[in-house]
Design a protein around this ligand. Structure first.
Ligand SMILES: Nc1ncnc2c1ncn2[C@@H]1O[C@H](COP(=O)(O)OP(=O)(O)OP(=O)(O)O)[C@@H](O)[C@H]1O
Ligand SMILES: [Mg+2]
Length: 462
């Protein structure tokens, strides 16, 4: 391997690593961010707000709070330094009584003098030691003597001890004099106002998102072949125009279907009239083998015409209604039994499902009649969960080879042309069944049955 190739390989592997890391990050984000529009929109509002507040709070603490505390501490320490100076310059004051009175009245500092000795060991530093730090810095700068401070102990007072030449001066200063203690109020205000803002945002967002949800519901209902009455475009301009576009599309589809039905009604009427004339003319011709053959052909043509019209008509105009599926499957079983087949029926889950009853029955009946035509044993299973109704029809017949499982859905396609030409199938059964399943927003799939034959599964959303 040349060094160039080596370099390329390293580059490539680095690129691959970046790509996988990127993919993983994407997957992580996809898995852990909320899926709903509402939650996402809220997140988009909350995230910047939290970031903004954190930054503001940090800068505020860092700069303003620090500075104010520093200034306040410097003031207190300046007072203390002045007191020490006076104490040393005017030793004639007995017991420093005047000094203590002035300090108490004018500066708000309580001072007294302890006999000379060592300062106590330094106490534990508080976790958030802004005051401790500021005081220490100022004492070191302005007093330049050994000192000891306790900012933890009593909450309202800060204790400071300073070692003088012949005594130890003890000072109690109010904490508020040295520390910007009301700054917490700022944070409280910030959190409070952001909560108010958030509430307002939630209320507004809800109103903005509701029309989108309504539109999604309407589109879903239309996809399942159900009607959604009193749907009206609402909300923001974009949402409204999407809703209007959706309604126009729905109208166009419905008009196209109407046109198709009207045309079919016309065609079927015309053809039926001609077929009836044929039959009459044949009846007038009397008896004979050719005439019988012709009569059979005309009958066959009539049947095919009916089947074709049924297919082309689809499930036009039928309204969805809550239907008891368990009872439905039971009827199918009775029908199969009547033709001398052994059929078993099972149903799991809540049996009331909203479908177009007649169409859905035709769909299942087509599957069962196929099974009955090709096999002896039939098993019908229904299963309903919170999203789907699944009905499978199993049989123990010859099945359909995998390569043909999509082909057989094509109208007029029959695999068993040679096998049983005269059994009267038109090759429309599966096409009609799939059409109906799709008009419910679902589909039909074919597979291998554990019984040895074909398994046809209808799955529609509930
Ligand atoms: N359960 C099954 N077992 C084996 N082959 C099947 C089964 N169901 C369907 N087929 C094959 O698929 C073809 C198409 O079925 P389809 O139901 O569309 O038409 P058909 O049953 O022939 O006619 P029609 O249902 O209109 O009377 C059938 O001709 C048959 O060859
Ligand atoms: Mg069939």
């Amino acid at each position: 391997m040349t060094s160039l190739e080596l370099g390329r390989a390293t580059l490539r592997s680095a690129a691959e690593r970046t790509a996988t890391a990127w993919n993983r990050a994407n997957r992580f984000i996809n898995n852990y961010t909320p899926k709903g529009l509402y939650a996402r929109a809220l997140l988009i509002i909350i995230m910047p707000m939290v970031v903004l507040q954190s930054v503001v709070a940090f800068v505020f603490m860092e700069r303003h709070w620090n500075l104010v505390t520093q200034k306040l501490s410097a003031g207190v320490v300046a007072d203390i330094a002045a007191l020490i100076e006076v104490y040393r310059e005017f030793p004639q004051d007995p017991g420093a009584a005047k000094l203590r009175k002035i300090a108490q009245d004018r500066l708000g500092l309580v001072i007294d003098f302890l006999p000379v000795g060592d300062l106590p060991p330094p106490g534990p530093k508080p976790f958030f030691s802004l005051l401790d730090q500021a005081l220490s810095v100022e004492l070191r700068k302005q007093v330049r003597r050994p000192f000891w401070i306790d900012t933890v102990g009593k909450s309202a007072l800060v204790e400071i001890r300073i070692k003088l030449d012949n005594s130890v001066m003890r000072i109690f200063a109010p904490r508020s004099a040295a520390y910007a203690s009301n700054s917490e109020i700022f944070l409280l205000w910030m959190v409070g106002t952001s909560l108010v803002l958030l509430t307002v945002a939630i209320l507004f967002l809800r109103n903005q998102i509701r029309p989108i949800l309504r539109l999604a519901q309407a589109a879903e209902a239309f996809g399942k072949g159900r009607d959604l009455p009193n749907f009206r475009p609402r909300g923001a301009r974009e949402v409204r125009s999407a809703a209007i576009a959706f309604m126009e599309m729905k109208g166009r589809i419905e008009r196209a279907i109407e046109q198709r039905t009207a045309m079919l009604a016309g065609v079927s009427h015309d053809l039926r009239t001609i077929l009836t004339r044929f039959k009459l003319e044949l009846a007038l011709l009397g008896e004979g083998p050719e005439i019988d053959a012709m009569r059979r052909d005309v009958d066959e043509m009539g049947r095919m015409l009916e089947a074709y019209l049924a297919f082309a008509r689809g499930d036009m105009g039928e309204q969805s209604a809550p239907t008891d599926m368990a009872a439905f499957l039971e009827e199918l079983r009775t029908d199969a039994d009547r033709t001398g087949h052994t059929a078993s029926v099972e149903f799991h889950g809540h049996p009331i499902v909203t479908v177009k009853p007649a169409a859905f029955k035709r769909c299942l009946a087509n599957l069962v009649s196929n099974a009955a035509r090709h096999a002896h044993g039939i098993a019908i299973t229904g299963h309903r969960d919170h999203r789907y109704l699944t009905v499978t029809v199993d049989d123990d017949g010859p099945g359909i080879p995998p390569a043909m499982r999509e082909e057989v859905f094509k109208p007029f396609l029959r695999l068993d042309n040679a096998r049983n030409q005269d059994q009267g199938g038109t090759g429309l059964g599966l096409a009609i069944a799939r059409d109906i399943a799709r008009s419910h927003g679902g589909d039909i799939t074919l597979g291998d049955s554990p019984m040895g034959g074909l398994r046809a599964s209808v799955r529609v959303p509930v």
